[in-house]
Design a binder for this molecule. Structure first.
Ligand code: DGJ
Length: 337
């Protein structure tokens, strides 16, 4: 064989051998509506959740609803990730007994954790209620570590108002807000106090009833989303926009084809991923299974958003490049991750 031919052949063959002998990398795919395994292969239990980012790590907190838990406690789970796709279970950061004598069916729902740089505390807000949802308060629990344990501090009605579903919003300038559903009046957005241990100032009252409330600040406009009030059943979630958190808020519009009832999901949070090339806003929602809550799923989809419009594209498997901020659909893979 001539020298040149040998060189050409080895330059083709060697990379092929190297490439085929490398172990297969798991595909980094988000599959809306499917079981989402954590690092241990267990379905993620972080329902009605919220996410914060510290340095390069995301922490996802949510309701733990596995089968076989001790029914006198309520549990919150924490997961961490660098890419919003592969999640490591960090443990039950809350294992709480009824803190306010609310009865056997007491409720701890929609935990949201804020990190306070000044006090270096992780401050968790959650919906605290009795079995008939008549108490309508928020509870606060704190920890000095992201993975707990969180200790109960107090419960109250924010600014004296009823509060059931809550959502969290941290603006680009770092200011922290709580959004809460005040049944007699509507959807309130309020700023937290400096140490995050109180709800201090009302920014807006949107006179619409929205559960699963969430907000994102994108290209100079605030977008708020939420669902109607149909218990665990899905409905057509809506959004409104405003130039400032103080409003004025636009009319509500659909975020997905109304006949699909938001593809069977209910909003819980909007995550902004700012990458080197692009910014992606992820719609994070729950597909509740009221009779088998441990099997409730997640519907995460990148939004089509801008210039006052917001739309959840048809859910299909997709992947996110956390560095560039870009996302793309991926063909369904028979070898599930
Ligand atoms: C809908 C809310 O969004 C959930 O958090 C939960 O409170 C259910 N209602 C209870 O019916």
């Amino acid at each position: 064989m001539s020298r040149t031919l040998y060189k050409i052949q080895s330059s083709i063959i060697l990379p092929v051998i190297l490439f085929t002998s490398l172990p297969a990398q798991p595909q980094q795919i988000i599959r809306p509506g499917e079981v989402w395994p954590d690092n241990n292969g267990n379905h993620i239990q972080a329902h009605g959740g919220g996410i914060i980012k510290l340095n390069k790590t995301y922490y996802w907190y949510g309701e733990e609803r596995s089968k076989g838990l001790d029914t006198q406690y309520r549990y919150v789970s924490c997961y961490s990730s660098k890419d919003l796709t592969k999640w490591t279970f960090r443990g039950h950061v809350v294992k709480m007994a009824d803190p306010e004598n609310l009865g056997r069916k007491w409720v701890l729902e929609r935990p949201k954790v804020f990190y306070n740089k000044k006090t270096t505390r992780f401050v968790m807000y959650f919906h605290l209620d009795n079995g008939s949802y008549k108490v309508a308060k928020v509870g606060i629990a704190v920890s000095y570590q992201p993975d707990g344990p969180f200790t109960f501090v107090k419960s109250f009605r924010p600014l004296g108002h009823e509060s059931r579903d809550i959502g969290q919003f941290i603006d680009d300038d770092g200011t922290a807000y709580l959004v809460f559903e005040d049944r007699p009046f509507g959807f309130r957005i309020a700023r937290l106090s400096e140490d995050y241990m109180d709800v201090e100032k009302e920014m807006s009252l949107v006179k619409e009833h929205m559960e699963g409330g969430a907000i994102v600040h994108y290209n100079g406009l605030y977008y708020s989303i939420g669902s109607a009030l149909t218990g665990w059943r899905a409905n057509a979630n809506k959004y409104a926009t405003a130039p400032s958190l103080e409003g004025p808020w636009s009319e509500l519009k659909d975020i997905a084809p109304p006949g699909t009832n938001t593809y069977g999901a209910q909003s819980t949070m909007l995550i902004k991923v700012v990458g080197k090339k692009s910014t992606t806003i992820i719609f994070m929602a729950d597909i509740w299974k009221p009779a088998t809550q441990w099997d409730s799923r997640y519907l995460w989809m990148p939004l089509e958003i801008g210039k006052g419009k917001l739309w959840v594209p048809e859910p299909k498997p997709w992947s996110l490049n956390i560095k560039t901020g870009e996302w793309k659909y991926v063909a369904a893979d028979p070898k599930k991750q």
